[in-house]
Design a protein around this ligand. Structure first.
Ligand SMILES: Cc1ncc(COP(=O)(O)O)c(C=O)c1O
Length: 396
């Protein structure tokens, strides 16, 4: 396979890297990156097989840990995040689990934002706890709480910024400083903004985690995940993925690879529509409060704008009333998709308390600020007035 990604990638812009970085061309000289839908690779003879297995020569072996389509996706995403390396996984949750299981050991401690994707809580509180890894949950916006939670055995700080669904912003540079002093790694879930809008490595993060299921695919087709970072860290996570097996399918990697080509165009357009929708929602009498960091009314607007000029396509709002009033808005939509996924070209709406955050306890929901009157919208690529019109019905 020939590396056609060009040697002078360092000097190229994000837009160019998104369509060119990582490109490997086969002997057929295809222009669009090939999908290598194969579980294994063959060898010319027994000696070549032995050399490949002994890591004495480069080459592909078995798609649980080496596949050219997966390699192209990993290399392109690493180029966009500005990291040395990337390991792709089957889902975003597999990416988070693999980062923890690949880097931490029994007796280690994690400090995590309490405003993370709901499933991260049972992962850390129940599963990782069984393996002797403890977690302390903190308010993501309270730097004093992060500092106070650090223990001598703290090895990882974890957060999403902006958070889903309440758009709380973590100060990445300040957290990187806290992590460094504690001799711990800072891992940022960059799912909501993607490298097209925010590059956590530039603020000092050690690891950038993705649910590629969301904006990287961008059209709601496949599940995928990835962890980006320094080679020495990604090598350790690779060791876990290769052995434990949460590997990405080459087909899903191909979808995500091609998704990266249009990522910036999509997330910028979706972010602009989300900002317009946030302003519109703020003016609706039935709306109690809008959570979107692009609004000047957001308490961390200035910090958010320092980290990214656009604030992504996910916004939440509280309707006046309780669960019944929130459900009325959902049940009145005719176009918007009622689904808990986000990052799709189609606008989606969900009631976090009974969907994405249903598996955590009421106390955990209260601590995370997920009320019964809260709705989350992930703005797609439809015309903004059509989205407003669909929401208007349930808000009248
Ligand atoms: C911010 C964030 N991180 C991680 C995940 C988990 O990703 P996946 O569903 O691909 O496992 C999600 C899923 O919604 C998410 O929203």
């Amino acid at each position: 396979m020939a590396d056609k990604s060009n040697s002078n990638l360092d000097s190229m812009s994000f837009d160019t890297l998104a369509v060119r970085a990582g490109y490997l061309q086969s002997s057929f000289q295809e222009n669009s990156e090939a999908l290598f839908l194969t579980s294994s690779f063959t060898y010319k003879n027994a000696a070549e097989a032995a050399r490949r297995f002994a890591n004495e020569e480069p080459g592909f072996i078995y798609s649980r840990f080496t596949n050219p389509t997966v390699t192209m996706f990993q290399d392109r995403l690493a180029a966009l995040e500005g990291t040395e390396a990337c390991i792709a996984t089957s889902t975003g949750m597999a990416a988070i689990s693999s980062a923890v299981m690949g880097l931490l050991k029994q007796g280690d401690h994690i400090v995590s934002s309490q405003s993370v994707f709901g499933t991260v809580m049972p992962l850390l509180n129940q599963i990782c706890k069984r393996f002797g890894i403890d977690t302390t949950w903190v308010d993501p916006t309270d730097l004093g709480a992060w500092r106070a939670a650090i223990r001598p055995n703290t090895r990882m700080l974890f957060c999403e910024t902006p958070s889903n669904p309440l758009a709380e912003i973590c100060d990445i540079a300040a957290l990187a400083d806290i992590a460094k002093k504690a001799n711990a790694w800072l891992a940022i879930d960059n799912c909501l903004l993607t490298p097209a809008l925010q590059r956590p490595i530039e603020f000092g993060a050690d690891l950038v985690i993705h649910s590629a299921t969301k904006y990287i695919d961008g059209q709601g087709r496949v599940l995928a995940g990835a962890v980006c970072g320094r080679k020495e860290l990604i090598d350790q996570i690779y060791g876990f993925v290769r052995t434990a097996g949460p590997a990405i399918s080459p087909f899903n990697a191909w979808i995500c690879l091609k998704g990266l080509e249009t990522l910036k165009l999509r997330v910028e357009a979706q972010s602009r529509s989300a900002l317009a929708l946030a302003h519109w929602l703020e003016a609706q009498p039935m709306v109690e409060r809008v959570y979107y960091a692009g609004l000047t009314s957001h308490p961390q607007h200035a910090l958010a704008m320092r980290q990214s000029a656009l604030q992504g396509a996910v916004l939440s709002f509280e309707v006046k009333g309780a669960r019944a009033e929130a459900w009325r808005v959902i049940d009145a939509v005719k176009m918007i998709s009622i689904t808990a996924n986000l990052g799709d070209a189609k606008t989606t709406i969900t009631h976090p308390a009974t969907t994405t955050h249903a598996r955590i306890s009421q106390a955990e929901r209260d601590a995370a600020g997920i009320g019964e009157n809260l709705l989350r919208v992930a703005v797609g690529l439809e015309w903004i007035e059509d989205i407003q019109c669909d929401l208007q019905r349930g808000l009248s």
